[in-house]
Design a protein around this ligand. Structure first.
Ligand code: RTP
Ligand code: MG
Length: 136
């Protein structure tokens, strides 16, 4: 199967009207949309999605942020989709993210950094299963 990754336009990106911008960039790059849904995450799904960060000091704040409004969940596919989208998103801290990346162009704060992208093929499979169980 072609490589797939889970992309989220986080609640800050949706609130700022950046959904079209992110989708345009994905499509221009050549990644293909497989699934898309606007939804507000439950605390349970948010805590599962970011489970690797459960012990970090920012975990509570991160869960509040990611459940604080609707986000757009996308599955996209294409060659090396995970790596391709991480490169487009840029560094986690938007001040360090290169201009030309989504975070580098549109954000300034480490938490409110517009997009999420799976960080490995294993993470992508787990996250796609969590958000879109009918796809796997
Ligand atoms: P993501 O999982 O959302 O794609 O981001 P990432 O891999 O680039 O970064 P990660 O280390 O997995 O962090 C997940 C998200 O937590 C928020 N964060 N806040 N306050 C802080 O120090 C801090 N550090 C990370 C960000 O929203 C980050 O994207
Ligand atoms: Mg991550």
């Amino acid at each position: 199967m072609t490589d797939r990754t889970l992309v989220l336009v986080k609640p800050d990106g949706v609130a700022r009207g950046l959904v079209g911008e992110v989708i345009s960039r994905l499509e221009a790059k050549g990644l293909r949309l497989v699934a898309a849904e606007l939804r507000t995450l439950t605390r349970e799904v948010a805590e599962t999605h970011y489970g690797e960060h459960r012990e970090r000091p920012f975990f509570g704040s991160l869960v509040e942020f990611i459940t604080g409004g609707p986000l757009l969940a996308l599955v996209v596919e294409g060659p090396r989709a995970v790596e391709a989208f991480r490169a487009m998103a840029g560094a986690t801290d938007p001040v360090k993210a290169a201009p030309g990346t989504i975070r580098g162009d549109f954000a300034l704060e480490v938490q409110n950094n517009i997009v999420h992208g799976s960080d490995s093929d294993e993470s992508a499979a787990r996250e796609i299963g969590l958000f879109f169980p009918d796809l796997s």
